[in-house]
Ligand binder design. Structure first.
Ligand SMILES: N[C@@H](CCC(=O)N[C@@H](CS)C(=O)NCC(=O)O)C(=O)O
Length: 202
């Protein structure tokens, strides 16, 4: 399999962590690409021009990150990162959606800040930060529910926290969320998280 990714994409990191947790990492070739560079040809792989995208051994192209994670778990792996039991499964899928929503809001802020200063909307940035903060508040309230679980949702939660701290370090994401901080400091010790740590110099 081939995974199109970049070292600092939090969505791609979720997939990379999942490959380690499922013991599949040696079966996946990591191909670094810049999704915003039209000259790479990546848009022929994913017409949306977004990483991650996975090319399976059968030549199918999968996107986006929740689809890839479920495929790796259900088809290539042993399935232990997403319960088959209905209520548990949808609870985890909703956690995946929540952390992806936090990331989407954080990503919208990052893209807005890449625009020339005169073209930026402070109101838009504030709205997205408020969305990310509400998501983080919900995680703070509910993190004890997932405290001992390693699943597609908790993996996403760790990747989202790490990325917010890295790309939006002007906000303090954890000091006012002590339960989340305690959970993160422990979960972050997993080999899969340590190996895939964002490169803070880029
Ligand atoms: N919903 C997508 C989001 C992926 C995404 O936004 N990736 C970013 C990199 S972190 C990207 O490729 N952006 C390129 C662009 O938006 O032009 C997923 O979960 O895979």
């Amino acid at each position: 399999m081939e995974l199109y990714m970049s070292a600092n994409s939090p969505y791609a990191r979720k997939v990379r962590v999942v490959t380690y947790e499922l013991g599949l990492h040696e079966k996946v070739t990591m191909t670094e690409t810049n999704p915003r560079d039209p000259s790479t040809g990546f848009r022929d792989v994913n017409p949306l021009g977004k990483i991650p995208a996975l090319v399976t051994d059968s030549g199918d192209v999968l996107y986006d990150s929740p689809v890839i994670c479920e495929y790796l778990n259900d088809v290539e792996g042993d399935g232990h990162l997403l319960s088959k039991e209905t209520r548990e499964r949808w609870r985890t899928c909703t956690l995946v959606a929540l952390v992806d929503g936090v990331l989407d809001a954080g990503m919208a802020v990052r893209l807005e800040k890449m625009r020339p200063e005169h073209a930026r909307s402070i109101a838009w940035i504030d709205k997205q930060i408020a969305t990310a903060s509400r998501g983080m508040d919900t995680l703070e309230k509910r993190v004890t529910e997932w405290a001992d679980e390693v699943n597609l949702g908790t993996i996403g939660m760790a990747c989202a926290i790490a990325w917010l701290q890295f790309r939006h370090s002007d906000h303090d994401w954890l000091s006012t969320r002590p339960q989340l901080r305690t959970w993160y400091e422990s979960f972050n010790q997993r080999d899969s998280l340590q190996i895939t740590m964002p490169d803070q110099t880029r």
